[in-house]
Design a binder for this molecule. Structure first.
Ligand SMILES: Cc1cc2nc3c(=O)[nH]c(=O)nc-3n(C[C@H](O)[C@H](O)[C@H](O)COP(=O)(O)O)c2cc1C
Length: 229
């Protein structure tokens, strides 16, 4: 069925009867997923080795199933493979990051980043075979008629979709980086996005470089993040 904007859709309930799984199956699935997701790491050094494009497309399709405020699905995923466009993005991102790392971020932010070992150089933007640039649609815009409608909970919705995207990529055996060069306005210009869209994150996707390393980070224990009443 073709999509129509939510503000033009009626309320139309349909039965929902997903297959029930046994408690044992639930426990096994949850434990398996927990172990697999515990292995996920943000990768910053990518191999240029090609990855199967359909796996990346499927991951974007998974992200697009995310829940969203009023089901407005306020996201656009721009898949960039063109080396010239990736080079432009890298050049513009490194220009901004140069200023950020030279002091714009401030000492508190820079000290928070120190354990990650990041700097103004962003080779992943040209090394990774794919960049997924995620845009949030601040409001609905029909470019032809200029009709506009407010979108609700945009950041929350797009954040959930990106979480699902990263999960899907990891489960497909691919590495990703959530990169948020700041400010990100140059992405709208390079990728020619309409005025209702604002860049949310750049996600390079590929296989890790053979000599890739990741910072030794410690995740909080479950007891620190789980509160029961
Ligand atoms: C919203 C958000 C923004 C991030 N921005 C950057 C970034 O600009 N550059 C970068 O190298 N990593 C970035 N990261 C990655 C985090 O540094 C990384 O997730 C964190 O250090 C934990 O490491 P892990 O993902 O390997 O568990 C970002 C992550 C999130 C969720």
């Amino acid at each position: 069925m073709a999509w129509i904007p939510i503000h033009d859709q009626p309320y139309d309930p349909v039965p929902y009867r997903p297959a029930r799984v046994t408690a044992e199956e639930s426990l096994r699935a949850a434990a398996d997923l927990r172990a697999r997701m515990d292995e996920r790491r943000t990768v910053r050094a990518f191999s240029a080795e090609p990855v199967p494009e359909q796996a990346v497309i499927d991951a974007i399709a998974v992200a697009a199933t995310a829940p969203s405020g009023a089901h407005q699905q306020p996201w656009t995923f721009v898949l960039v493979t063109d080396p010239e466009v990736r080079a432009k993005i890298r050049e513009a991102a490194e220009r901004e990051e140069q200023i950020s790392y030279a002091g714009r971020l401030g000492e508190e932010w820079l000290s928070a980043l120190r354990p990650l070992g990041t700097d103004q150089n962003k080779p992943h933007l040209t090394d990774a075979p794919y960049l997924i640039v995620v845009f949030e649609q601040r409001y609905y815009l029909d470019e032809e008629s200029d009709e506009q409608h407010k979108h609700y909970y945009v950041d929350e919705s797009v954040g959930i979709a990106v979480g699902m995207l990263i999960t899907a990529l990891h489960l497909a055996g691919l590495a990703a980086l959530t990169h948020t060069p700041s400010p990100m306005k140059f992405l709208s210009e390079v990728l020619n996005r309409p005025r209702n869209e604002k860049a949310f994150a750049v996600i390079p996707v590929g296989y890790p470089a053979d000599d890739a390393t990741v910072p030794k980070l410690i995740r909080k224990d479950l007891e620190q993040v789980l509160v029961r009443f």
